[in-house]
Design a protein around this ligand. Sequence first.
Ligand SMILES: [Zn+2]
Length: 226
Amino acid sequence: MIINETLYRELSKEIPELEREIRQFYKTLDQKTGLHGSTLPITFGYETDVVGSFTRSDGSCFHFSLLFLGSCVPNPLSISDRKDLYKHEYAHYMEATMHIPVEYRFRPGLHGSAWQYCCSLIGAAPTPYFEPGKGDKTYDYDRLLKKKPPLHPSAAAYRATQERKNKDNSTVKFQIGDTISHPKYGEGTIQDIKPLSSSVRLSVLFRDGLHTLDQTWLIRYQHGLH
Ligand SMILES: [Zn+2]
């Protein structure tokens, strides 16, 4: 792209209209988020390598390159591309301003999980680099943010107990030929024992025939105790 005086002049004329477009759009995002992005300063430049940015030092500020946003450049951006760009920078503003739940802070970085979480709230493309057409795609934010927070200590203790129980259940506690009693089938004799990953399966011959049972459901028949 040749940047000459005429192009500069034409682009600078577009500033008021672009600023109005951005503020109007940020107002709709502010309504969703309860923030005040639409009141922040918006500056424009002629960068060839940066489409937009959000700065929080020296007061928060949005900045966009007219060489991308302007309508008098070759191949100007579509409105959905411009909006995605506005959302991208707004998500940076959100991350700097909002409380981000701890479970969404698992991946650090400028475009880390906290920023992606902000993107999910306003439907911004959760990818770091600008690319035409990204604003029209749909994104699976749940999958992107699926990293689960670490287990609460009580949940971790519960899981450890369950794992211990499972291990306990998989220990064979009977022998073939043992007599057992079952609340429904009555007395029976163990014919076969099959250890499984978290339980033990018993084949028991009762008065009405052969039944397959899990050993946890059985009460061992104690000779001499009845
Ligand atoms: Zn960015």
